[in-house]
Write a protein that binds this ligand. Structure first.
Ligand code: SER
Length: 317
């Protein structure tokens, strides 16, 4: 991995992954691919090349790949789960049409391709506790449908055309840098903002709603490590379960209270997000990722909470 194109470079994951890869690939080109209206700014713009790359436009992808001699594409364009329910056609166009464009360019130009999947690729009939790597995936959201389709299409391109497609199923991602938008797991980011601002947090999910979550530094490391893993050890490709912590609103609120004693949370349920969360696993079994490419998380809830609070205080106060 030397010359990398990140599609969706100004989004929740892309804005941090671009910076990590620029540090990781010195001497290479790590190109921030963006769409109109979401142009890179500040350090993201100043620290390396940027190109307008709309994932729904295959020519734009092919042009950027040719211009920078790209060997690896990170496809991070997506609508998150709750917002995708209000725009299902667009979610499919970006999630599946966009992936198809990336796969075709990768096939023609010999690029490796990373496309994240998600805990959202599972559904109500999936075993919810210690969800196995290979199990029932019958998601009921359009987000999940695009993710399962993406996993299968990516495996097909690997088998049929030898395209080096790899991916992980991300849990809800928590970070103090770029805010997520329209996700079901976003409450676990918003809660820290409220705590630091001294505001009461209105939780959209009810007590007992467990989901897998992960601190962004672990997620970024996973995205890099999977693409650098020894291919002879990989029995799976798209996608690996990865996990680091699972909690419900009560547990994260109690943890924050240990550090911010005056913190208050009340409940104001969002039926759409609740239904989505109820259909997703409570906790994933990530033993295949551990065995096949030595995946190991570094952050638990306590360590993440300390880091989030320190950094959000710097950012907001
Ligand atoms: N964080 C995503 C969402 O909530 C799940 O992958 O939509």
């Amino acid at each position: 991995m030397k010359n990398v194109l990140i599609i969706g470079a100004t989004g929740q994951i892309g804005s941090e992954l671009t910076m990590k890869l620029r540090a990781h690939c010195p001497g290479g080109n790590v190109v921030a691919g963006y769409i109109k209206g979401a142009e890179p700014k500040g350090v993201l713009l100043e620290s390396g090349p940027a190109e307008e790359v709309d994932i729904t436009n295959p020519q734009m992808i092919a042009d950027a790949v040719a211009k920078y001699n790209i060997d690896t594409i990170y496809n991070l364009a997506a609508l998150l789960s709750a917002v995708a329910e209000s725009k299902p056609q667009l979610a499919w166009k970006i999630g599946v049409g966009g992936l198809y464009n990336c796969l075709e360019v990768s096939r023609e130009k010999g690029c490796a391709l990373f496309t994240p999947s998600s805990i959202g690729s599972f559904g109500p009939s999936t075993p919810h506790d210690h969800t196995p790597q290979d199990t029932i995936q019958r998601p009921e959201t359009i987000y999940g449908v695009t993710k399962v389709t993406g996993e299968m299409l990516s495996d097909y391109y690997a088998r049929r055309f030898g395209v080096d497609t790899r991916s992980v199923r991300f849990p809800g991602l928590i970070s103090y840098v770029a805010p997520p938008g329209g996700g079901t797991t976003d409450y676990a980011v918003d809660i820290y903002y409220s705590a630091v601002k001294g505001e009461e947090f209105k939780c959209p999910l009810k007590p007992g709603t467990f989901m897998d979550m992960m601190y962004m530094p672990d997620a970024l490391r996973a995205a890099v490590e999977i693409m650098e893993a020894d291919p002879t050890r990989l029995k799976h490709r798209n996608s690996f379960n990865i996990a680091s912590m699972s909690f419900d609103p009560e547990i994260i609120a109690a943890k924050i209270k240990e550090h911010v004693p005056g913190f208050k949370m009340t409940y104001e349920l969002d039926p759409l997000r609740q239904a989505i969360a109820d259909s997703w696993p409570d906790s994933l079994d990530d033993s295949c990722a551990r065995e096949e490419w030595d995946w190991k998380p570094e952050y638990d809830l306590e360590r993440m909470t300390q880091d989030m609070l320190v950094n959000l205080r710097k950012k907001l106060l």
